[in-house]
Each structure stands twice: as C-alpha cells, then as structure tokens.
Design a protein around this ligand. Structure first.
Ligand code: NAD
Length: 325
C-alpha cells in the first residue's frame, strides 16, 4: 500500500510514518516545517520505502499531484495531519493554521478524488470547545467561541470537518474523520507550550511546574503509540467510512494530579507555580467518550500514564542534554 502523510515531520505525523513503514507500506511524507522538524524523520530517511517532499499542502495543485503520481506512484491512502496543533503555535501562525485546515483540506480531498484514494482527516477535541456535555461523544456539537484567541484552530478544524463531509457527499470519496484528544510522547517539541512538554521540561530542569488557574481543570492524556494504533485501525476499517471517531484516553485527571505524577516519575519534589490564570477559552473539562472506537475498531488505549511518561521523560532528557550548552 502507498500512503501519503501530510505533516509528516511533526510529532504525530512522524510516528505514523514509522508505523506505516514497519507495516511494509511505501510512505510519502509532506511537510513545510512550519512546526515540524526533519530530525523526527531520521529513522524513516534510512528506509528506501520512504520518500519526502518539502511542500506546503495549501499549494498542492494539479501539477504537484502529477509529480507525486509519477515519482512515488498513486497513493491508496491520504492521512491529512498537517496543521499547527499547540496553542502557542497557532497563536503565532493563525492565518497559516486557517489556510492549512481550509485550503489544505480541500487539496487533500481533491487528491483523494483524483487518485481514488481513501482519506483520513486529523481533527481535534477542540471541536467540542469548552464542553457542556461530559464525556464528549461524537454526536455532541460543541461549545466553541468563534472569535476567541483559539478560534483560528478550533473553527478551522470544524470547517475542515464540514468540508470533508460536504465533499464526500458531493463526490462520494472514501473519507473518515478522527477527533484526537490530548496526545503526548517522544518527539513533542520541548517548547511547544502544551502541558506535557511544559511539565516534563520544567521537572527535568528543576523548575516549578506552571499550573494554570489552580489546576482543578481536567484533561485525559493518550500515549502516542495508542493513538497511532487507533489511527491505523480507523484508516483500515470500512466501518468508519463517512464517520467521525474520537481517539483518546478516557482516564481523566486534574492538571494538579497530573503535575504530581510527572514529579513522581522525574524523581523530583512537587513544586508548583499556580499564580498564572487560565488562558482565555481554555476548557474546564476534557474527556473522550470512546464507545464508538471500541465498537467499530475494538480499540482502546493500553499504555498507562506512568509508562508513557517514563518514555517521554527519557526522550526529553536526551534532547535537553544535547541542546543545553
Ligand atoms: N498532538 C495532539 O495532542 C493533537 C490533538 C488533537 C489534534 N491533533 C492533530 O494532529 C495533527 C498533528 O499534530 P501534532 O501534535 O503532530 O502537531 P505538530 O505541529 O507536531 O505537527 C504538524 C505538522 O504539520 C506541518 N504543517 C503545518 N502546516 C503545513 C502546511 N501548510 N503544509 C505542510 N505541512 C504543514 C508542520 O510543519 C508539522 O510538521 C494536527 O492536525 C493536529 O490538529 C493533535
């Protein structure tokens, strides 16, 4: 099978590249490095079944599709993962974020139509906004501020979902949408501003952990290998055609409890700085209802939080050692 992955040099994208290569697929990665890093593809680039193109998905036109078909062959599966994903990243690049989720998604739909390829869109739990329903099932429409500081991401992902759905209705492409809940693991950027890199980096540097707004807000964290297994299962399944599937870990904890576990695994005393208020529109609770993924795919996360955090700490400590003068 030939697989095209957009956002291949990013955190999730690069793990997907490795997984599909180890399944024996030919993989073409596309990335413009806006938030990604070529070093995430270090292993993949050693593999003769991996090809890479530095390309902005919003500029993927008919000519690019012809070039890809000629040099790589016609992809059977497109995984559209390109998009800044951390609040710091999309706050710094709001227009790029809106474009990759609108124009970039349209280009991926056109590619799926032209090649007869299956399409999987990476959407997000941010589509639920600050949810009024708990845990969040796919049927919940969300509670999103359309003009707030996060709307460039939340609303462009909601548009991406609407576009894929409409394009599928009009052209009959074989598509599915996943809504990813907070995922963590090796290769996250140390400075990407999400809670796991923040806490892990601070614990390793011996700094207090920044807990916004007292830390009673809840999150559920999914280890990246569990997410990748869920994505592969969803992409391989005929049952998910035309559907939305939540992927995440339903084990919910407060951010304060999570800070305690990070310090325990890092072997440092709990030291928290909770003077910083909650960012605007940061959700109070977030937890996936994964009944659909369980029923359709037989999928549920397997990696417990301590095991996942140990692997993440090892990866971060190796990178901090290299980058600290
Ligand atoms: N990691 C999570 O917890 C999470 C949660 C929800 C949704 N997601 C979704 O998963 C996807 C990947 O997230 P991530 O955490 O790996 O983020 P990331 O920032 O590490 O990866 C995104 C990648 O997309 C690339 N990219 C961005 N715009 C591009 C463009 N126009 N053309 C080509 N490449 C472009 C970036 O350079 C980067 O390599 C995103 O679509 C994100 O919305 C992730």
């Amino acid at each position: 099978m030939k697989v095209l992955i957009t956002g291949a040099a990013g955190f999730v994208g690069s793990h997907l590249v490795d997984a599909y290569l180890s399944d024996g697929c030919d993989v073409l990665g596309i990335d413009n490095f806006i938030t990604g890093d070529i070093s995430n593809l270090r292993d993949a680039r050693e593999n003769p079944r991996f090809a890479f193109r530095e390309l902005d998905v919003t500029k993927m036109d008919e000519r690019s599709l012809a070039d890809i078909a000629e040099s790589f062959g016609t992809p059977d599966l497109i995984l559209h993962f390109a998009s800044p994903a951390s609040p710091i990243d999309y706050a710094q690049r709001p227009l790029e974020t809106m474009r990759v989720n609108s124009l970039g998604t349209e280009n991926c739909c056109q590619a799926a139509l032209a090649w007869g390829a299956r399409l999987l869109l990476a959407s997000t739990s941010e589509c639920y906004g600050d949810p009024l329903v708990h845990p969040q099932p796919e049927s919940y429409w969300g509670n999103v501020n359309p003009v707030g500081p996060r709307s460039c991401y939340d609303e462009s992902k909601r548009y991406a979902e609407a576009f894929v759905t409409t394009f599928t209705n009009v052209h009959g492409i074989d598509s599915r949408i996943i809504r990813i809940f907070n995922t963590y693991g090796p290769r996250m950027r140390v400075d990407d501003g999400r809670v796991v890199p923040n806490f892990v980096g601070q614990a390793l540097r011996g700094e207090p952990l920044t807990v916004y707004g007292g830390g009673m807000q809840t999150r559920s964290f999914c280890y990246v290998s569990d997410l990748v297994d869920g994505i592969r299962a969803c992409a391989a399944s005929d049952e998910t055609r035309g559907r939305i599937v939540n992927l995440g870990n339903p084990e919910e904890r407060t951010i304060r409890q999570f800070a305690e576990i990070v310090c325990e695994i890092a072997g440092v005393p709990l030291d928290v700085d909770d003077a910083t208020p909650m960012p605007v529109d940061d959700p109070g609770r977030r937890c996936p209802d994964i009944s659909r993924a369980k029923a359709l795919l037989g999928w549920s996360p397997k990696v417990d939080i301590r095991t996942g955090l140990r692997a993440t700490l090892l990866d971060f400590s190796a990178r901090l050692t290299v980058t600290t003068p």
